[in-house]
Design a protein. Sequence first.
Length: 335
Amino acid sequence: MKISTIKCSFIKLLLISALFLNFASCKPSFRTNDGSTWGTNYHIVYAADRDLHDSVVAVMRSVDMALSKFNPQSEISRINAGLTDTVGPMIADVFEVSVRVAELSGGVYDPTVGPVCELWGFGRAEFSDVPSGSAIAAALATVGIADCAIADNRLIKKAPGTEFDFSSVAKGYGIDCIAAMLSRNGVEDYMVEIGGEISARGLSPKGRPWRIQIDAPEAPATPAELHSRLTVLELGPEPVAVATSGNYRNMRSAASGATFGHTISPVTGRPATSEILSATVIASDCALADALATACMALPTAADALALADRAGVEVLLVTAAPDSTFKLHSNRTR
């Protein structure tokens, strides 16, 4: 073989190697976006060839302008105030999820319970003391999503005083919207976490399923108890969402010294009594998981919540208190 031929072959080999290395390095790098939104913090990790934080923020702003009851200019605030009855696609989406979960739960989940929640200090007003029976009855007269409907892009209320509080589904829905935006931009590996609710797809930067740590109902008393009192879930590569609800952090105290959690029953108008300390739902989308986790907390027993999860076709992890003050886990998980 001539020297020139050898040189030519060597150059071709170098070119092939360079092309291979260049192709191998084309895999998008992981990026991280952190910040605050909707009264909590967010942490988003995704593999992309460009930073999508501006798009993330734009989605968050759109969700806030549609669903935040704390934003007086939002669509839902204007509907609650009687200034309009026209609904956009985001309200229509969460309304549909809410009606489904209300039916599945036998009415213990209902986003029109907002006026009752206000009486108990879980809203815009400061809590003073346990509301009177007459005040609760008056508020309950406006409650009932089953008596509301959307027709021709207009929201029909049960009563003029009916108000919608989609807080128990809006955060999960917002996470779904961000996940959808990432997918539209070609992102196949991501984890979107806002205030503890999560949507994940693909693999983590370590090339393994995303590992998500679930809080126990109380902080560990000692470092040695850390792993025995927390659960770790592995998510991915298929899209999956996780939402957790619990009564152990958002509490109120009455003048009598009694304490109660933020889950208010739309049936009784009073704080729900349940043996469940926390409920973690694993579902295909975060809006559904978010609403179902809240519904589980309004049910009296773990058996009731497990039955609800089975009806909804989702997985659930429940925590109750055992007689010896330890935690007991209940789950219908099959994997």
